[in-house]
Write a protein that binds this ligand. Structure first.
Ligand code: B12
Length: 230
């Protein structure tokens, strides 16, 4: 049987900074797209790839071309890592589906295949911060996430406690004041609970129109989090 160590080795050799496994039985209520996406699978292997600090630190008021470049490369790297992890699992006789690092499946509702932050949290990689982002103890929110669904019965992690406390650095820094500054012990019931969602989304899509950005990104709440700046 394929071990978590062997998978971690595959992912780490290709550059993943953290690897965790989520038990999909704990993922009830996640509303994947298509609806039956998770059905054939038992676990999600979640990889976190750290963004270079210097690129994140350029995001003072919004995204910069340097950050946009790292965003694009990180997506490619995560797709490569996910593909290799899936092939490793397949060679051991399991079913494994790598999901794209960045793909909007519904442009109106602004959703992807399934919430990677939720899966990363269930895998024990970090907690859901006030910015709604996954905050890792090692790199704060300065990571991008990749997911591979599998029927391999890998040992799964457990959610970590939320360590944001009374900090509101992300909310204070948000260029459009979209982060409400509300904490959660586990996870938010809706995006609206943590964010004025349309403000956040409109700002990100607005930034996409700037030269050399092209994607709906921001990076200011990512930069401001003290867990990443340590
Ligand atoms: C659509 C999308 C966007 C949209 C909408 C953003 C938003 N705020 O929702 C736009 C384009 C605006 C956007 C912006 C950004 N995004 Co974006 N985005 C996505 C994408 C493709 C889909 C998200 C989705 O489907 N959400 C559906 C909702 C319902 O889920 P959610 O947002 O995760 O929140 C819920 C769950 O997490 C739930 N939850 C948590 N745990 C559990 C457990 C259980 C059991 C349940 C039921 C629920 C639950 O609580 C939340 C409220 O309901 C994901 C990739 C992915 N497939 O996850 C990347 C992703 C979330 N984005 C990411 C990033 C980094 C950003 C930006 C910083 C842009 C940038 N790169 O500079 C901003 C940050 C905005 C912000 N503060 O939230 C990263 C986050 C990494 C991290 N460290 O957390 C992701 C994961 C991409 C990746 N591959 O790493 N994004």
């Amino acid at each position: 049987m394929v071990g978590t160590m062997c998978l971690e080795e595959t992912a780490r050799d290709l550059g993943a900074d953290r690897v965790g496994v989520a038990d999909l039985r704990a993922a009830q209520g996640l509303e994947p797209r298509p609806e039956g996406l998770l059905g054939p699978y038992l676990r999600a292997v979640v990889c976190a790839l750290r963004l270079p600090d210097a690129s994140v630190e350029t995001c003072l008021e919004g995204p910069t071309p340097e950050y946009a470049h790292c965003y694009r490369v990180a997506n490619q790297e995560l797709d490569r890592i996910g593909f290799a992890v899936a092939r490793t699992l397949e060679r051991e006789g399991y079913r494994a589906l790598p999901l794209p690092a960045s793909q909007l499946l519904d442009r109106e509702r602004l959703v992807g295949h399934v919430s990677y932050k939720a899966l990363a949290r269930l895998a024990g990689l970090g907690w859901q911060g006030k910015s709604l982002l996954l905050v890792t103890p090692e790199f704060g929110p300065r990571v991008r996430l990749g997911v591979v669904l599998t029927d391999a019965p890998l040992p799964a992690g457990r959610p970590a406690p939320n360590l944001c406390g009374s900090c509101t650095a992300c909310a204070d820094a948000c260029p459009v004041g979209a982060i409400r500054g509300v904490g959660t012990e586990s996870h938010y019931r809706s995006r609206e609970e943590a964010l004025e969602f349309s403000r956040c989304a409109e700002a990100c899509f607005g930034f996409a129109g700037r030269p050399h950005i092209e994607k709906p990104i921001c990076g200011v709440c990512v930069r401001a989090c003290p867990w990443g700046a340590r």
